[in-house]
Design a protein around this ligand. Structure first.
Ligand SMILES: *Cc1c(COP(=O)(O)O)cnc(C)c1O
Length: 235
C-alpha cells in the first residue's frame, strides 16, 4: 500500500502540473480550475490516499458508492461531488452528504431536489448536465430542454444552479471533444442572458483523463479526473 500511496501522490502532482500548463497556455489562472478526483475505480484506502495527498474534492458516479464512502471515517474531510445519474428516489439520502450534484438532467429531478432540500433545510448546489455529443442519448439535456428549464430556476429557494456539465463524445477523438467543450462554453454564454436574475452559471464542469487539457483551454472550471490519478496503482 505504501507504494500505491506514493504513486497516487506522484500522479496527482503531475496532473496538477499539466492543469497549470494548460491554463497558462490560454492565460488563465490555474487556481480557477478545480480538480475533482473521481474515486469510483478504487476502494476506501486508495481514495484516502488521494485525499491525504491534498485532493479534497472527490467524485463518485453512483449514489450508493458515494453514500458508502461518505460514511467512512477515513474520508470524513472530503467534499463529495455526485457526477453520475441520480434517480429521484435516491435524492433524500444523497443530499446530506453531497457538496455538489453535477448531473441534473431533467426538470423533474431538479424539482425533486428542491423539495427534499426544503424538507431537510439543506441548501444544495447543482449543475445542469447537457448532452453536447449526441452519442449518449440517456445522459444530459439537449440545449432546447435546457432553455425550457431556465425560467424554473427562479422558483428554487434551496437549490443553486451554478453552471453546466457535459461529457465529451467517447467515439469522436480529440477534435470532436474540443468541439463539444467549445459548444458547452458557447451555450453557457448564450443562456446566461436568458436566466432569471440572480442566477450565475459560472461553473463549467468538463474534462476527463483523456481530454482535460482541451477542456481547460475551452474554459472548464472543474475537471473530473479518475483513471489518470490511479495509473500504475494495482486495484
Ligand atoms: C468516470 C467519470 C469521470 C472520470 O473519468 P476518467 O476518464 O477516468 O478520468 C468523469 N466524469 C464522469 C461523469 C464519470 O462517470
Amino acid at each position: 500500500m505504501a507504494q500505491a500511496i506514493q504513486r497516487i501522490a506522484d500522479n496527482l502532482a503531475r496532473v496538477r502540473e499539466r492543469i497549470a500548463v494548460a491554463a497558462n497556455s490560454v492565460n488563465r489562472d490555474p487556481s480557477e480550475i478545480q480538480l475533482i478526483g473521481v474515486s469510483k475505480y478504487v476502494g476506501v484506502e486508495e481514495t484516502a490516499a488521494l485525499l491525504q495527498s491534498g485532493c479534497l474534492d472527490l467524485g463518485e458516479s453512483r449514489p450508493q458508492q458515494l453514500w458508502e464512502k461518505a460514511e467512512s471515517a477515513e474520508l470524513a474531510s472530503a467534499k463529495w461531488h455526485l457526477i453520475g445519474h441520480l434517480q429521484r428516489n435516491k435524492v433524500r439520502r444523497t443530499l446530506p452528504v453531497v457538496h455538489m450534484i453535477h448531473s441534473v438532467d431533467s426538470l423533474r429531478l431538479l424539482e425533486a431536489i428542491e423539495q427534499c432540500a426544503s424538507e431537510l433545510q439543506r441548501p444544495t448546489q447543482v449543475l445542469l448536465e447537457v448532452n453536447c455529443s449526441g452519442d449518449r442519448a440517456k445522459h444530459g439535456m439537449t440545449s432546447d430542454a435546457l432553455r425550457r428549464l431556465l425560467p424554473s430556476l427562479a422558483d428554487l429557494n434551496h437549490v443553486s444552479a451554478c453552471g453546466l456539465m457535459t461529457m465529451a463524445s467517447l467515439k469522436g477523438g480529440p477534435d470532436v471533444a474540443e468541439q463539444n467543450f467549445a459548444d458547452l462554453r458557447k451555450l453557457r454564454d448564450t443562456v446566461q442572458s436568458e436566466c432569471p436574475s440572480g442566477i450565475q452559471l459560472r461553473e463549467l464542469s468538463m474534462g476527463m483523463s483523456q481530454d482535460f487539457e482541451a477542456a481547460i483551454r475551452a474554459g472548464s472550471t472543474m475537471v473530473r479526473l479518475g483513471s489518470i490519478l490511479f495509473e500504475g496503482v494495482q486495484i
